[in-house]
Every structure is written in structure tokens, then in C-alpha cells.
Write a protein that binds this ligand. Sequence first.
Ligand SMILES: Cc1cc2nc3c(=O)[nH]c(=O)nc-3n(C[C@H](O)[C@H](O)[C@H](O)COP(=O)(O)OP(=O)(O)OC[C@H]3O[C@@H](n4cnc5c(N)ncnc54)[C@H](O)[C@@H]3O)c2cc1C
Length: 388
Amino acid sequence: MTDDVVVLGSGYAGTGAVKRLESVLDDEADITWVSDVDHHLVLHESHRCIRNPEVKEKITFDVAEIKAPSTRFVQGRVTDIDADERILTLEDDSTIDYDYLLVGFGSRTAFFGIEGLEEHSLTLKTLQDALDIHEAVTEAAREASREDRAQIVVGGAGLSGIQSAGEIASFRDKHRAPIDIHLVEGLDNVFPNNDPVVQAKLRKLLEEKDVEIHTGEFIGEVDEETVYVGDETELDYDVLLWAGGITGQEAAATADVEKDERSNRIEAASDFRTSDERIFAIGDAALVDQPDTDQPAPPTAQAAWQAAEVAGENIARAIRGQPLKEWTYDDKGTLISVGEKAVAHDVKGLPVDTFGGPAAKALKKTVAARWIKKVNGFADAAKAFPDM
Ligand SMILES: Cc1cc2nc3c(=O)[nH]c(=O)nc-3n(C[C@H](O)[C@H](O)[C@H](O)COP(=O)(O)OP(=O)(O)OC[C@H]3O[C@@H](n4cnc5c(N)ncnc54)[C@H](O)[C@@H]3O)c2cc1C
């Protein structure tokens, strides 16, 4: 009898795992791929659509083009994972049985209980989110004037906050729009908990782009007009984009596996197995153990796509009763854009620790193109390259 393998999510984790499963499984299992959207989104370049919505064509790929004909795709939002019965329930109440489940459905934005934040902010997790931010910024710019400039506040200066602020600044420059941009980070510097040299470089690029940086005080409350930062700063806003953190998907809460209590991100060993031997978890949805450290693998595209390769193979191994492979995250470096410019940090194999300029920009483009090539082939990678 063949096993049913179900993969959740069409992001880096899900897409990478499906491709790997298709290449390693023979006829011993049927693959069902479930996602709430019918495309793969290159989420780590989604901020480009804030400046230019036409980029969406370059960073979304139909699952029908990605998957093998033998893989069944079901579009639907998973609402319940019954680990005892091995059944998933979707939003429309339909169900899917599985023998092995790979959870790769990413994360949601975390609001940390900050009053008014969820109600009044935009977030960036989907293609539609990026297009909505573009629309909101465009509308705010249209209603503003040189004397009464539109105020755009971005909360959170991690990868998505910094890169989004950079794109909003490029939008402003391209359209000569009367916009002020504020980037608010509660910790002491932009790109917190990272190397001070890369932090300084990013700060410089953001300041050159006229992004006003506020660090060291947290957003405490938001109402329909104002973001309250610490005890003294009040920022009136027309558009508020919140990029301050991630938490687990709602459906993860329903699965009877070990999870982080606060976030519901699923605990997985370094072979991706969870406390239920039929359920594996990777990507932002998971907290994947790493040897010799108490920190899990980071919630990045880079980690998700590395993990997907091994997780796909491990499911095939589990089906065959073979020992599973351990995975250690291999940090190949960080590439961050600020509009047209970029910073590269700790890139493996290069003698310089941190650099910007054309070399960093070219590397950033190359990494995005490499992923697109893997997902959908060289032609699409080449088409996307100029916009990355
Ligand atoms: C603007 C931005 C910039 C970023 N920049 C970088 C960067 O430069 N480098 C880097 O490494 N990382 C970056 N990241 C982080 C990176 O994008 C994530 O870590 C990565 O997307 C995680 O991959 P994933 O497959 O786990 O989740 P996702 O890519 O989020 O994919 C989750 C998938 O699951 C689907 N889904 C969600 N819920 C359900 C459900 N209930 N049922 C069915 N399907 C569901 C979603 O539609 C999606 O297809 C950035 C993120 C953002 C937002």
C-alpha cells in the first residue's frame, strides 16, 4: 500500500520540500500539496511590490507549473490538524488524511498585545499585503502636499521593516511624492542582535534615503491617528506598516505536538521530526533544534529552503524505515536591500565581512534569481533578476 504524504504551505519550506519529495520518492507514496494560495511567492523580495506592483509577475509562480503532474494540489486554508486520527480539516470543512505530514505553513505577524496595533496597521506576509501597502502609500501621497506631507510609519527594523522602508523611500524618490518615512525599532539599533558593523552600514543607507530612525523605545499604543512610542514620542501617521515580529499559525495550536506555548511554533528535532513521529515541521512554522546551541534555526527564507531539501528526503527515509538525516543550518550570509542599494554581511567564501555597493546589490539579485531558477527554471530567474 502507498503512503499519503501531505505538505502544508507553498512558501520556501513547502515548495522546497515538494520538489525534493518528488525527486526522491518512487511509487511508494502519493504527495498532496495544500496551500491557501495557488502560487509560490518569493516573500523575501515581496517588498519590491511596494515601489512597483508590476514586480508581482516576477516573484509569483503557479503551483501547477512547479509541481510534477502526479502531485495533487489542494487550495485551501488548514484550520485543524488532528494528529491522533491523522486528518487535516480545511476552512470549507473538507478533510484530508495523511500518513506523513510536513508542516511548512509559515508564520503570522505578532502584535504582542499592543493596544490598537492590529486594528490600525498593515502587515506584509502575502502578495496582496504588498499590493495593499503600495495602494495605501500611493493614496497617502496623493492626498498630501509639500506643506502637509504624508507620514508613513514602519514598526520593526528587522529584515522586512528595513527593506520595506527602503522601498517606500524609493517610491517617494521615483514619484517625487511628499512623504516622510519613520522607522521605529524598540531595541537599541536597526537590525537588532546583529553585528554592529552591518547595523551601522544599514543605518547609514537608511539615513541617506531620508528615513528617520527612532530606536530604543517600544511602540506602546496605537490609535487611529497616532503611534505612541515610549513615554515621549508621538508619531501621527497616514500609513502604519507593522513588521515587528512573527508568531505561529492559528492551525498549529490545534495540533497535539510539542510547541512553544506563547507562539505555537512547533518544536522539531534537527531531523525535523516533532513529538508526533508522523509529523515533521520546518520553516517559520517550526522551532528546529540546532546542535551545540540553545537557539533554534532562524526564521529566514535561507533556513527554510535549506531545511526543505533535507526534510523532503527524511520523509522518504521515514517511509522506508531508514535512519533520518540530521540538519544543521549553514549561514551563508545576509543580504539586505535599502531601495536600489544593498548590504552584504558575512557572505561565505568572501574575504570582506561587510560591504555595500554594486557587489552587494549583484549578490542580492543573484540569490533571489538562484531560488527562482530552482523553483521555476532559468527563464523566470533571468526575467526577475533586474527587479531584485
Ligand atoms: C518583506 C520581507 C523580507 C524578507 N527578507 C528576507 C531576506 O532578505 N532573507 C531571508 O532569508 N528571509 C527574509 N524574510 C523572511 C522569509 O521570507 C521567511 O522566513 C520565509 O518566507 C519563511 O518561509 P516559510 O516557507 O516557512 O513560510 P512562507 O514563505 O511564509 O510560506 C508559508 C506558506 O503557507 C501558506 N499558508 C499559511 N497559512 C496556511 C494555512 N493555514 N493553510 C494552508 N496554507 C497556509 C502561505 O500562503 C504560504 O504559501 C523576509 C520576509 C519578509 C516579509
